[in-house]
Write a protein that binds this ligand. Sequence first.
Ligand code: PLP
Length: 431
Amino acid sequence: MICDNLSINEKGHLSLAGVDTVEISKKYGTPLYLMDEDRIRYNCNLYKNAMRAYLGENSLPLYASKVASFKRIYEIMKDEGMGIDVVSSGEIYTALRAGMTLENAYFHSNNKTDWDIEYAMDNRIGYFVVDNIEELYAIENEAKKRDMQQAILLRITPGIDPDTLEAITTGKVDSKFGSAIETGQAENMVKYTLSLPHIKLYGFHCHIGSQVFDADSYLRSSDIMMNFIKDMKDKFGFETLQLDIGGGFGVRYTEEDPILDIPYEIKRIAEFILEKAKELSITMPKILMEPGRSIVGDAGLTLYTVGTIKSIPGYKNYVSVDGGMTDNPRFALYGSPYSVYVANKMNEDRNFIADVVGRCCESGDIIQQNVSLANTGRYDIIAVLTTGAYNYSMASNYNRLTRPPVVMLKSGKDYIAVKRETLEDLVRNDV
Ligand SMILES: *Cc1c(COP(=O)(O)O)cnc(C)c1O
């Protein structure tokens, strides 16, 4: 199967982390997000160990928490000694409620409101990753009021275009994120920042995109960033203390996706940066990475119950499930591929070709098209694999559907990390 935490048991059912997904779906109902906690921890350790080994003890992976943000995830990250990257006051609040402190929290976003900035500083955010000039001045003002110096990184656009989907590239010159080196705006940002008394610049951040398998893209962006660091040292005498090379390593959604050897890729990137630092005679900064998808993606899957099967002779078949774009909008947003199975018929021939669709009032409410399924009927359980990232966190209440629960598996035991929403939850804020 596409990840080694998946298997088929003696009943011909799909198992995640050795637990029968069909039984879990009976126990908790569907739709349901199921996550393998051991896998999440394993993925954290891939980064932690490789970064420590090749980039030194002070290097740190930050969990990009937008991919899956709820209290239990932050507890796991705290336990694993991961830093976090957050993009809103809501994520900060959730992390705090999970008992995290924010000294290793990095606050991203291309538009932080004044309120976000105050809230983050009230809670002693470690670093802002400053995207633009307005934000820089807003932080300076707030820090001045508090008579303190706020630590920041600057988000720099290296001008790299990795081979991934258009909607998830972020490092190109015309990106909405960051300041580009090519246009001179990045250098100007450094100049302004260094003139502000209540801001302490620690270094630079870049993020080239997501679902990236071509690790050479990171060598190219690191090369550009290290040259930029050297340039800022020469021009302003600025010593870079931290370089955050972003996240983006891909996960396997289908058998066609390659298997990425993350420790090996980190080793290559590390060797490249160390060599480059020597060549340019710059002191090695503390290196940060910000994995998101590759921490939780392959730890999760979604379970649905089949409701209706519609065959349109001469055209196609539809299998409708009891969830859809409300719990997984990624096909609707950017045509994301997924592997889909009938979880209770894993050993049967897969000769039934159908579009697996949701229950929402939108034709675009599609989970995946042209899927080869076992012969499917009402009450069968559909499993969509690799949904640990960008699914729960992107879920909505469209059509007043309640969001599914997140059930976690740890050492063969299941527990609820997020409860299923109730009908009462839907009207909680209605007056
Ligand atoms: C989304 C994002 C990440 C995480 O990307 P993944 O592809 O999920 O690893 C990291 N850093 C920034 C700034 C991001 O926006």
